[in-house]
Design a protein. Structure first.
Length: 202
């Protein structure tokens, strides 16, 4: 199987080219508030007992996605947002036999991946301060034509599409356990969330 390498997008607005602060320093920052749609048409809580369950959750959701879908991944540092995004992208690439490490886009801000399902954009907006900083990333185009996974979606403010599925990650009761609150204003997500298995129930 052939390894592929994602194409980094623009590194963001002027002044953001400096290396991001170490993740240890980021842990001192307050947790991102959950991005919850103003009107909730769909909601479900998932309990993930370990990182393997987080990956299984991503793989279960992946086949339901298509161009124009936006997944907003919120939660504190280390809550599982990147692990979820990496597993979903790797599963999409595996459909055509491709293998990719899928690094975190902390420095590049956005990584893109061509897949049989459509292009996937993975964005980490932690280093940005608000919607104006996001203008140069091309996310508006991605929202219309790609599957978009966004970490720290609060940076987008009102520019986050109303149809986005919000997945709010939080630490569980022990070790790698996680709790994910899934919410969406678009009623289309209700049937999708209801059909997903509870990862780890075996």
């Amino acid at each position: 199987m052939t390894a592929t390498h994602p194409t980094p997008r623009r590194a963001g607005p002027a002044g953001l080219a400096a290396p991001a602060p170490a993740r240890q320093d980021r842990a001192m920052q307050p947790a991102t508030p959950a991005t919850v749609p103003a009107q909730t048409a769909a909601c479900r809580r998932f309990r993930l007992r370990d990182e393997a369950a987080t990956r299984a959750f991503a793989r279960a959701l992946r086949p339901h996605l298509g161009p124009g879908d936006v997944i907003a991944l919120s939660g504190p540092i280390g809550a599982g947002k990147t692990a979820f995004a990496r597993a979903l992208i790797q599963d999409a690439l595996a459909v055509t036999g491709e293998i990719e490490d899928v690094p975190s886009p902390s420095f590049t801000l956005v990584q893109t991946y061509p897949t049989a399902q459509g292009e996937i954009w993975h964005a980490d907006l932690y280093r940005l301060t608000g919607p104006r900083d996001c203008d140069e990333l091309g996310l508006e185009q991605a929202f219309a034509t790609a599957i978009t996974l966004i970490e720290w979606p609060d940076r987008l403010g009102p520019d986050l599409p109303d149809r986005a599925l919000s997945l709010a990650f939080a630490p569980g009761d022990a070790g790698e356990a996680r709790i994910v609150e899934a919410r969406a204003g678009d009623p289309r997500w209700a049937a999708i969330l209801a059909a997903l298995p509870e990862p780890g129930d075996d």
